[in-house]
Design a binder for this molecule. Structure first.
Ligand code: GPV
Length: 831
């Protein structure tokens, strides 16, 4: 027995402060070779986490054992992104050990908050898509589903954003510099992932034509596991992140010195596969390294799934009975040809049997209708990198096109639209088409979005396979997005209605009755004020800027994208500035506008928006006439952790995308839950939020999807809107003429040109007048605090639908076929 094992067996894993303290001290000494006198904060943090891990390991092992013994159907969620953020608070909340660890830290001379803040966010995602995957893991564990995440352990997550002179600068996110105590490397779980080579035909014993993928090169995928605890139910699921390592047995004995050095350098090339997360959001950039990452994830994950399956079952034809695989967007859709390849080439099944298993096991989620986001891999690239897969894709396509002919007759245009391979100058594989043809369910992420994909981008497919399309409105985990990030509100709610809401969020409806309870409403509004002050203290400390906590906190935080229209809020800020300058004595409702968000490093327009926001902010914040009336501030390096501070402090939630362009949004749900009032368009899940909270409790403005279509059809001219609205024209002129950037007056011409000569594709000018009116409604409502907080409370009380527990239950029932597991989840019975 190794010394580590015998030491671990002696570690006490009690749930009381004293045993926790003992374990922290023990880890300092025996895991980190230091002690309480000499350890620094990072080491202390690490010991704390190791002590938390000690308290997860039994449940982690027991959960897996139970799944094995009961042959539970397993759900595999494959995603290129998991934006899980910090894990310490979440683990302690779920283990119900917050107070004990707090006390233990304190007794040992550390402040828990300070220790918590040592943790780097695991920022292995760009935005909503990656955060959704993280919320789903939390809900699967909480519901007691055998749900596993599979992703890549990037050495570098989403870049760190700095602002220099108003411009975004990207810096590497070296989150693993000191390692992470949350991840356990599993040397026993490692698979070769093959690339290149060629597909070689041969005849098997039965005289059938078969193919072998030969002469390949390979890298290894090494498993790193992060525990995913459910909420106080003893369930601990797993997030498995693959790290690329080079083939182990490089025989170097015959090499001379130069070859040896080169061979070692090659190791690095192999390991590059898991080096860095691509920082693009909703834009397809056809880089080969990205394609390698996608296949690396798919190949290692399928090998792992099948190895596990074979340990428990002997007939692969039962795979769909015991396994469901969800592809998060098209990024993992090579799972279709890879599973086919394994079943045919390695397991010896015929095409029809393999196809039946594949389609029934896989399903695919679509997250956008934006055409520039859809993945189309050049055939030439696939032929080089994955020749056998390309061959299978061609065969899938051939058979599919035959079906299209059967179904629709000879409709060449339709065939061209539906083909998995698009012909033309650079033939490419349409990964979305592959996903629809090769899986049994395709889902959109909000009701409106699902309707839209059926009517637009996937219309032909919907006509052919209507039963494959289904909606699964997104959700958020109430553990992180209320219980953890807004403890004062969570505690108030629990003291009024009990704590069942933590796992049954719709129970918050019981708060509806409290709108007339003056004492309660006072506490509710006091908490908002307290959260605003907490945020102000943070901003003061980190930026030296003093937020006006008497003002409306009006917040837009998300990736910077033209369709999300941060520009519209920036224009509104400038228009308010102009109004106050022109009417110094007019009463105004004070506002503090806060932005945060990253722009893709290659997205010039989005980066220019950041600069513009900062220029407008400088103008506003340095003008004494604005004091007490208007502020505007861009916070750098938006992250999950920053969101956890901002959202509880928001009065107004900005959800103002051009109708039809935001698939769902999930920030909108987090804000509403924390009692912010939404100002938004009828887009994505805003539509359903409106249905839940009621028309009077959300401020909706602007063009609808139909309105957008109609306006474009009838010939939109942004110049008309520019000329028709004085305040709007003034701001656009100012942006164009250098008012906000006198030293470089033409700096923002790309922006004003796109609005005017470019005819404003995102309809900012078309929606602006309605937006400005809606902002007046915000002011009017905020001026009547009693009314305001009623509306806010109705938001908190009525958004239970948007718990990711509900979303996951819907997937379990309609896609994964594991609804039987839902009620078996060891139910949390209150503290
Ligand atoms: I495609 N989404 C994202 O964050 N990144 C992407 O590359 C793509 C979609 C987002 C959508 O924009 C949001 O509307 C949605 O709420 C989120 O995915 C989760 O579904």
């Amino acid at each position: 027995m190794s010394t580590t094992t015998s030491k671990k067996l002696n570690v006490k894993t009690g749930m009381d402060t004293e045993s926790i303290k003992a374990d922290i001290l023990s880890h300092l000494r025996y895991s980190l070779a230091t002690d309480i006198e000499t350890a620094n904060k990072k080491e202390f943090y690490k010991s704390v986490v190791l002590s938390v891990m000690d308290r997860l390991h039994d449940s982690w092992l027991n959960t897996q054992k139970e799944y094995r013994e009961k042959k539970t159907k397993k759900i595999y969620y494959i995603s290129m992104e998991f934006l899980i953020g910090r894990l310490l608070d979440n683990a302690l909340v779920n283990l119900n050990l917050e107070q004990e660890f707090r006390d233990a830290c304190k007794d040992l001379g550390y402040d828990y908050e300070e220790i918590r803040d040592i943790e780097n966010d695991a920022a292995l995602g760009n935005g909503g898509l990656g955060r959704l995957a993280a919320c789903f893991l939390d809900s699967m564990a909480t519901l007691g589903l055998a749900g596993f995440g599979y992703g890549i352990k990037y050495d570098y997550g989403i870049f760190k954003q700095k602002i220099h002179d108003g411009y975004q600068i990207e810096r590497p996110d070296d989150w693993l510099r000191f390692g992470t105590p949350w991840a356990t490397t599993r040397p026993s779980v490692m698979y070769p992932v093959r690339f290149y080579g060629r597909s070689v035909p041969y005849t098997d014993e039965d005289g059938h034509l078969r193919f072998k993928w030969e002469n390949t090169q390979h890298v290894y995928a090494l498993a790193n596991d992060i525990p995913m605890p459910g909420f106080r139910n003893g369930v601990v699921n797993n997030l498995r992140l693959w790290k690329a390592t080079s083939p182990k047995s490089l025989d170097l004995t015959s090499f001379n010195q130069g070859e040896y050095i080169n061979a070692v350098r090659d190791i690095e090339l192999h390991e590059n596969i898991s080096r860095v997360l691509y920082p693009n959001d909703k834009i397809f950039v056809g880089q080969e390294l990205r394609l390698k990452q996608e296949y690396f994830l798919v190949s290692s994950t399928l090998q792992d799934i099948l190895r596990e399956y074979k340990q428990q079952h002997d007939d692969l034809r039962d795979l769909p009975k015991y396994v469901a695989i969800q592809c998060n967007d098209t990024h993992p859709n090579l799972a279709v040809p890879d599973l086919m390849r394994i079943l045919m080439d390695e397991e010896g099944f015929d095409w029809e049997t393999s196809w039946d298993i594949t389609v029934k096991t896989l399903s695919y989620t679509n997250h956008t209708v934006l055409p520039e986001a859809l993945e189309k891999w050049p055939v030439s690239m696939l032929r080089n990198l994955l020749p056998r897969h390309l061959q299978i894709i061609y065969e899938i396509n051939k058979r599919f096109i035959n079906k299209v002919h059967e179904h629709f007759g000879d409709d060449v245009n339709r065939v061209r639209r539906m083909s998995i391979i698009s012909e033309g100058e650079q033939p490419s594989v349409q990964m979305a088409n592959l996903g629809i043809v090769g899986t049994h369910k395709v889902n959109g992420v909000a009701a409106l979005h699902t309707d839209l994909i059926k009517k637009t981008i996937f219309r032909d497919f919907f006509e052919m396979y209507p039963e494959r399309f289904t909606n699964k409105t997104n959700g958020i985990t109430p553990r992180r997005w209320l219980k953890q990030c807004n403890k004062p509100l969570a505690d108030l709610i629990t003291s009024e209605i009990g704590d069942s809401w933590i796992t049954h969020l719709s129970d918050l409806r019981k708060l509806d009755d409290k709108v007339n309870d003056k004492k309660f409403m006072k506490k509710y509004s006091d908490i908002k004020q307290q959260n605003k002050e907490r945020l102000a203290a943070y901003v003061k400390e980190n930026y030296g800027f003093e937020l006006n906590t008497k003002a409306i906190f009006d917040i837009q935080i998300k990736r910077i994208h033209e369709y999300k229209r941060q520009l519209m809020l920036a224009i509104y800020a400038a228009a308010q500035y102009n109004y106050i300058k022109a009417n110094p004595d007019a009463p105004v409702v004070p506002r503090t506008i806060i932005f945060a968000g990253k722009a893709a490093p290659g997205y010039a327009m989005a980066k220019m928006f950041i600069k513009l926001i900062n220029s407008i902010s400088d103008k506003i914040n340095n003008d004494p006439d604005m004091e007490g009336k208007l502020q505007c501030f861009f916070l750098d390096n938006y992250s999950v952790t920053l969101a956890e501070q901002l959202i509880p402090a928001a009065d107004v939630s900005e959800q103002i995308s051009t109708a039809g362009m935001e698939a769902s949004g999930t920030g909108n749900m987090k804000f509403a839950l924390n009692g912010a009032v939404t100002i938004g368009t009828l887009d994505g899940a805003n539509v359903e939020i409106k249905e839940e909270v009621g028309d009077e409790n959300i401020i909706i403005f602007g063009l609808t999807v139909e309105g957008v279509e109609e306006l474009r059809r009838s010939g939109y001219s942004s110049w008309e809107y520019y000329n028709a609205d004085k305040a709007l024209k003034q701001v656009i002129d100012q942006i164009r003429d250098g008012f906000f950037e006198p030293d470089h007056p033409s700096l923002f011409h790309t922006i004003t040109n796109s609005l005017l000569d470019g005819n404003d594709y995102f309809l900012v000018l078309a929606d602006y007048p309605a937006y400005a009116e809606a902002q007046k409604e915000v002011d009017a409502l905020y001026s009547k605090p009693d009314e305001w907080f009623k509306v806010a409370l109705y938001n908190t009380a009525r958004v239970g639908k948007f718990s990711s527990d509900r979303t996951i239950s819907d997937y379990a029932t309609d896609i994964w076929g594991c609804e039987d597991q839902l009620n078996k989840g060891r139910e949390y019975q209150g503290s």
